[in-house]
Design a protein around this ligand. Structure first.
Ligand code: CP3
Length: 342
């Protein structure tokens, strides 16, 4: 009757007695030859928006690496395009063609329409869930309001996020309205993904690490909370902030079940800082996968040793896997976690 709970969901709830579960941020991507072959035939958006193709791409890392969870193939920016902001993916990254600068432009964005024009990602999730059954969790995801606003305001994002950092001081009213609009749509969007079959959802506040603690508490955290608050308890939630080590205690107050630790942070310290109430995910440096596989195994074992016996720990990288990562190293990482006796 009582089927064993998948490792990732047990860990997200702080009750995993087995080995840690493992998946890899950006696991369906360019380091896989099978992905590059598909990309040679289809534009990125087509791969995201055609549920049969997106299903195929989503399942590649499960088939090739044997990861413990499948994240649906899509992008955090596509729902924003559906709200009325034209978007192009270029070789240099995503670009919003009409950056948002005024309240009128914010008012011109429409709420994400999930009933009429349901994003195809919901169908992809349902397909993956049907294929995988109950044992292997399906992860949905969304962008957090601050990160989406950073893209919308800057058009294309530089490393410093100066555009949004200026905007929150120049026109806080406009920024707050934009964040509120995005939070409302993203809440409904994650809820729809859970209804479609997602077992957990990851909220990417990739760019919020550019903020100092007081700006994070004012312009990122409240909107992360609004997205996460009231999501069905059947699904676990994970919050990731790139470069967010200085924000960890605040991230833990977002309402997420899991905080994902950036590679610059220390997992043992992170556990001391957030207490036992919340699960941790991470945090091998994606660059460490450029070491020979034997060295990768050693580093992964050291990471796992540091969390030995922790019932709320999910093994992962500290950010997305890099496009030219050797497959053998990614495989060494996954195999090492799966061979570890918790
Ligand atoms: O494998 C997975 O994780 C699932 C799919 C996924 C993609 N993007 C596919 C993708 C996920 C979860 C994302 C999240 C995402 N997208 C984030 C947050 C995660 C993070 O890295 O911090 C951000 C900031 C974006 C926006 C975005 N989309 C950027 C900056 C880029 C270009 C640069 C890059 O890193 O690839 C994209 C395009 C994109 N999204 C690709 C993929 C596989 C590459 C597209 C290609 O094949 O050319």
């Amino acid at each position: 009757m009582n089927e064993p709970e998948p490792l990732l969901l047990a860990a997200a709830r702080g009750r995993n007695r087995g080995r840690p579960p493992v998946w890899i941020m950006r696991q369906a991507g360019r380091y896989l030859k099978e992905y590059r072959d598909l990309r040679a035939r289809y534009p990125f958006k087509t791969l995201c928006e055609d549920p049969a193709l997106a299903e195929e791409v989503s399942l590649l890392p499960e088939r090739i690496l044997g990861v413990d969870a499948v994240i649906v193939f899509y992008d955090i920016l596509l729902p924003v395009e559906q709200m009325g902001a034209p978007l192009r993916f270029t070789d240099e990254g995503p670009v919003f063609l009409s950056p948002v600068a005024t309240i009128d432009q914010v008012e011109g964005l429409r709420p994400l329409d999930l009933s009429n024009q349901a994003p195809t990602v919901l169908e992809t999730i349902a397909r993956i869930k049907r294929r995988l059954g109950r044992d292997k969790p399906v992860l949905g995801f969304g962008g957090a309001p601050f990160t989406l606003a950073a893209y919308l305001i800057e058009g294309e994002l530089g490393k410093s996020g100066e555009g949004i950092r200026r905007a929150i001081h120049r026109d806080p009213k406009m920024v707050r309205l934009l964040l509120a609009r995005l939070a409302e749509s993203m809440h409904l969007y994650l809820k729809a993904q859970i209804d479609a079959g997602a077992d957990a959802v990851q909220l990417f506040d990739t760019w919020a690490g550019l903020l100092g603690p007081s700006e994070y508490r004012e312009f990122a955290l409240p909107y992360e909370k609004r997205v996460l608050e009231g999501l069905p308890h059947t699904a676990a939630s994970i919050l990731y902030v790139n470069g967010g080590d200085h924000l960890l205690e605040d991230m833990a107050a977002s309402g997420a079940d899991v905080v994902s630790v950036d590679w610059r942070g220390d997992l043992t310290r992170a556990r001391e800082r957030v207490g036992s109430r919340i699960a941790l995910q991470g945090n091998l440096d994606p660059a460490a996968l450029f070491a020979p596989p034997e060295e990768v195994r050693k580093r992964v074992r050291a990471m796992l040793e540091s969390r030995r016996g922790d019932p709320g720990y999910i093994a992962n990288l500290g950010h997305g896997i890099l496009p030219d990562t050797p497959l053998e190293s990614a495989r060494a990482m996954v195999e090492t976690v799966k061979a570890f006796s918790g």
